[in-house]
Design a protein around this ligand. Structure first.
Ligand code: SF4
Length: 728
């Protein structure tokens, strides 16, 4: 089955349940964090604790070992999965146990401890409902917090009815959960060993924090006399007090609950009596508490990640799942596509790259489009898109040369870009393609649309033949501007309008509109020839090429900034480059200067209007009804509201889409493998803009990708908002 077929299959089978679950969690997160006045402060505190803990990890592990031993337990530091499993097997064997009951633990999934114990004839029972469903179904988790999110209630009922043949068929959620509780309760009562994970372990007291929805972790620990906790080394934090921000954030970020149903703080071995379920005579107070505790801390690649400047940040992850829930692609296909051996979602790439290796991470890394929606959602502020970009770059270095270079002369990779696929080179070198396209337009457009060309493009470059291609303009924005002779008397500001790749070669009209709007507001504009931002190669993981672009851009724009010009950017993804990524690509001074002096065009217009400019010389909206879709990266930067405010100030009646992603995401929507995912993501936006209150509105969008996707999805023309304001 091809990757595209597999994605299509998952879209049809698991997609609806994953979508309902993740979108519900995501909405819950927005609502819950909105009620938390100190949200940003808690995020900063959590980040700082993790930075410190990972920095001091060897020292904290030593401290924890002493603490656990003082408490009466044992700490075993396992090098890898096999080492951890050997230790767990020896504990279970020493205890002469024939049943181990487990609470949910992704780390135990990572090391496949169930399989290792089962090979010894031990009955291993998952007690988390979702995990148990998967154990019965023999499936892998599709979400790090809600492992069976891909299954509907109906499918679980069918599974249980077929497997357990209850007297009365199970149907409702209550019937299913009651059945599971009774069944699992009996299995727990007969178990000798309880195995848990740990969300956090504090070095000062040896306290484990276990955050669960069902309370099964504490039952697993209390009902058995031997407790084995399996946790990655990154779970160690310095003190009990440090738990505070994490407990506040983890439930809100993941499932949208203000606090998770059960937050258990255990300092094992716990002192509660060991219950003898066969003895209902003896009072609990008379039973002993002779317990064993084994903390198995697992390295399994983590210490190497700690030494890796780019992957180190992954270790700050608290596995809350916000990055999965906020990801438009994950919402459509879930972790069975957007995941590796164990971990899924945006940060799954970092985990899988560090633990399993680049081959596994490379299998799903391209599902991250770098849209950056997850960045603000992450409670520890991990730059997840950057980790994905770095991994993509490393995967490119593993690649074999495809051998079709003669077909794409000029698209050969920079020496340090490894061997990206031909498709990645094509999209990564889109500047070359666009220059050629404009220089030979309209022939280039005509030729590209020929059936034979589309077949060849699909076969060789994986560009889906169903996708409309961009139409290159013969006269670029830079050329158009150079032929003008407009002087603004007494300008209130001087700006350089950045001619991004699409505005310069394809969507030239929006560039002209931006110039006219700025000039109407008494701004002196220049539009110099500048290299493309590097967004295109960055999105393909071609970091060296992206760096080269960024350096050329900084070199060209730097002198303009030095002489006091603001940089105005039409394309939000390029503005985001200046704001978010350039500090990783160019020297700090150049990055700071560009970041401090660049503005998204409608943000800049908003600033002008706020500072005395008048709307009189702009086209008046006169109540015209528009439907506006913002751009993912624009939202990450908090710039959506400026566009709406400007349009309303100019008299437009604006309806804003609350769909966060259009699904196009640059090259993503063009790729044959991902075309159906792209359209599935866009479906919600299409439905919203076809609804009664939107169907007669003019459609405007800020991003190139959004405009192209909306063009394809709707039968109405689309424009950039600045085109609405352009004076005649
Ligand atoms: S990367 Fe951040 S958002 Fe994603 S699971 Fe980890 S902590 Fe949560």
């Amino acid at each position: 089955m091809s990757d595209a077929d597999e994605l299509r299959s998952l879209l049809a089978t698991e997609g609806p349940a994953v979508s309902a679950g993740t979108q519900g969690f995501n909405r819950g997160r927005y609502e819950s964090v909105a009620r938390l006045s100190e949200y940003e402060g808690l995020k900063a505190e959590a980040r700082s604790i993790k930075e410190d803990a990972i920095e001091r990890l060897p020292e904290l592990i030593d401290q924890l070992r002493e603490t656990v031993e003082d408490n009466g337990g044992t700490l075993y530091l396992a090098d890898d999965a096999a080492d951890a499993n050997d230790y767990v097997r020896s504990v279970v064997d020493d205890r002469d146990a024939d049943r181990v009951v487990k609470s949910k633990s992704m780390t135990s999934e990572e090391i496949d401890v169930n399989e290792a114990l089962a090979a010894d004839g031990v009955d291993v029972v998952e007690t988390d409902l979702g995990e148990w469903v998967l154990q019965v179904a023999d499936e892998a988790p599709s979400h790090i917090v809600a492992p069976a999110i891909h299954r509907s209630r109906e499918s679980i009922a069918d599974l249980f009815n077929a497997r357990f043949e209850p007297d009365e068929p199970l149907e409702s959620a209550e019937e299913l959960t009651r059945f599971a509780r009774d069944h699992l309760g009996e299995l727990i009562a007969d178990a000798q060993v309880g195995m848990t994970g740990a969300n956090f372990v504090t070095a000062d007291t040896g306290t484990m924090a276990l955050v669960t929805s069902e309370g099964n972790a504490r039952k697993t620990v209390a009902a058995t006399d031997t407790h084995v906790a399996v946790a990655g080394v990154e779970k160690v934090i310095p003190t009990v007090e440090d738990l505070h921000p994490f407990v506040e954030l983890i439930g809100r970020s993941g499932t949208g609950q203000d606090i998770t149903s059960y937050v258990s703080l255990l300092t094992p071995p716990v002192e509660t009596p060991v219950v003898d379920f066969a003895d209902d005579e003896t009072p609990l107070s008379e039973l002993g508490a002779d317990r064993e505790f084994h903390l198995v801390l697992i390295d399994n690649g983590r210490m190497a990640m700690r030494d890796d400047d780019e992957l180190r940040e992954t270790l700050y992850c608290i596995r809350c799942s916000a990055c999965s829930n906020s990801c438009a692609n994950f919402q459509q296909v879930g972790g069975h596509a957007f995941g590796g051996e164990t971990y899924s979602g945006g940060i799954g790439t970092g985990w899988e790259a560090g633990i399993e290796g680049l081959d596994v991470a490379g299998e799903f890394n391209d599902l991250c489009t770098g849209c950056s929606r997850c960045v603000n959602a992450c409670p520890v502020g991990i730059d997840i898109p950057w980790i994905n970009t770095v991994v993509r770059d490393r995967v490119n270095h593993q690649g074999e040369d495809g051998g079709f270079d003669f077909l794409v002369d000029g698209l050969t990779p920079e020496a340090d870009d490894g061997s990206p696929s031909l498709q990645k080179r094509f999209f990564g070198h889109f500047e070359t393609v666009a220059k050629l396209g404009s220089a030979t337009a309209p022939v280039s457009n005509w030729l590209a649309e020929r059936r034979g060309s589309r077949v060849a493009m699909q076969r060789l470059l994986g560009i889906d033949a169903r996708r409309e291609l961009p139409q290159f303009q013969r006269e670029t924005l830079v050329e158009w501007f150079a032929d003008r002779d407009v002087t603004v008397a007494n300008p209130r500001r001087e700006v350089v309008l950045y001619p991004d790749l699409y505005t310069n070669h394809v969507q030239v009209e929006r560039g002209k509109a931006a110039v006219r709007v700025l000039e109407a507001l008494d701004v002196d504009v220049v539009v110099p020839a500048v290299a493309s931002s590097g967004r295109a190669p960055l999105s393909q993981g071609m970091l060296s090429t992206a760096r080269g672009h960024a350096e050329r851009v900084a070199e060209t724009l730097g002198p303009h900034v030095d002489r006091g010009r603001d940089v105005v950017v039409v394309e939000p993804s390029d503005h985001a480059m200046f704001q978010r990524e350039y500090d990783r690509l160019v020297d700090a001074d150049a990055a700071d200067a560009l970041s401090a002096n660049s503005y998204e065009v409608m943000e800049f217009v908003y600033g002008l209007l706020e500072n005395g400019a008048s709307t009189d010389d702009l086209r008046a909206g006169a109540g015209d009804r528009v439907a506006y879709h913002s751009h993912c990266q624009q939202r990450t930067l908090g710039l959506e509201s400026h566009t709406v405010a400007v349009l309303e100030r100019c008299g437009f009646d604006v309806l804003t889409s609350d769909v966060e992603c259009c699904g196009m995401a640059g090259s993503f929507g063009y790729k044959e493998t991902y075309y159906d995912v792209s359209v599935a993501v866009g479906d919600e936006l299409r439905e919203q803009f076809r609804a009664d209150d939107a169907r007669d509105r003019a459609v405007v969008a800020s991003g190139t990708s959004c405009l192209e996707q909306l063009d394809d999805l709707l039968d109405r023309p689309t424009r950039h908002p600045v085109q609405l304001l352009s004076p005649p």
